[in-house]
Design a protein around this ligand. Structure first.
Ligand code: FES
Length: 200
C-alpha cells in the first residue's frame, strides 16, 4: 500500500462523512433525545413517588383514630327512662332508653308543626325504644342540655340548647329556636341480640 496521504485521507473523509451522516441524521437524533427525555421523566416520577410515599402514609388515620371510628356501648345498664352520653369521633352522642309514654308523645306530634319534618319512626326505625342522636346543636354547635328535670314551664323532655334557645323534642327534632335541622342520627346498629349498640 502506498502510504500516500491521499488514500488515507480519502477513507478518513468517507468514514467521517458516514459518521457525520449518522450523527446528524435528524430522525436518530430525535429518537435519542426522546429516549433521554423519557428516561429522565421516568426517573423523576420514581423519585417523586419515593419521596411522597412516607408523606402519603403519614396522612392515613392513626390506629387509635381508626379504633374510634365506631364504638360499642353495652345497653344493659341503661334502664328505661334513663340515658347516657358517650363520645364518638370527638362528639357527644345522646343515648336514651325511652319509655312508652315518651315514644307515644313524639309519635303524636304532627309533621306540620316541625321545622324539619321527619317522623320518629323514620329516625329510629331499628328500635323505637332507643334514641341515638349526635348531641351537637345544628345551629352553631353548642351541646344541648336535657330538659327533663328542668323546673321551667313546659319542660317535658327533649333538649334545650341554652346558647340561643333551640328546643328539641324527645325525638331530637327541632321544635323552636334558630336551629335549622333536627339533631343528627348517627349510623348505628344493634349487636349481640340487642345487648350492644354499635355507633359508627
Ligand atoms: S348553638 Fe344551639 S341555639 Fe345556637
Amino acid at each position: 500500500m502506498k502510504d500516500s496521504g491521499i488514500d488515507v485521507s480519502s477513507e478518513d473523509v468517507n468514514v467521517a462523512t458516514e459518521t457525520n451522516e449518522i450523527s446528524n441524521a435528524p430522525n436518530d437524533g430525535t429518537t435519542r433525545r426522546d429516549f433521554l427525555t423519557l428516561t429522565a421523566s421516568a426517573v423523576g416520577v420514581v423519585g417523586v413517588c419515593v419521596v411522597a410515599l412516607p408523606f402519603i402514609k403519614s396522612m392515613n388515620p392513626a390506629a387509635d383514630v381508626l379504633a374510634q371510628a365506631s364504638i360499642d356501648v353495652p345497653l344493659k345498664d341503661i334502664a328505661e327512662g334513663t340515658g347516657k352520653v358517650v363520645m364518638w369521633r370527638g362528639k357527644p352522642v345522646f343515648i336514651r332508653h325511652r319509655t312508652k309514654d315518651e315514644i307515644q308523645r313524639v309519635q303524636k306530634i304532627a309533621l306540620r308543626e316541625l321545622k324539619d319534618p321527619q317522623t320518629d319512626q323514620e329516625r329510629f326505625s331499628k328500635n323505637s325504644a332507643w334514641l341515638v342522636v349526635v348531641g351537637v346543636c345544628t345551629h352553631l354547635g353548642c351541646v344541648p342540655n336535657e330538659r327533663r328535670g328542668m323546673q321551667a314551664g313546659d319542660a317535658k323532655g327533649g333538649w334545650l340548647c341554652a346558647c340561643h334557645g333551640s328546643v328539641y323534642d324527645e325525638s331530637g327534632r327541632i321544635v323552636t329556636g334558630p336551629a335549622p335541622t333536627n339533631l343528627e342520627v348517627p349510623p348505628y346498629q344493634f349487636m349481640n341480640n340487642g345487648a350492644v349498640l354499635r355507633i359508627g
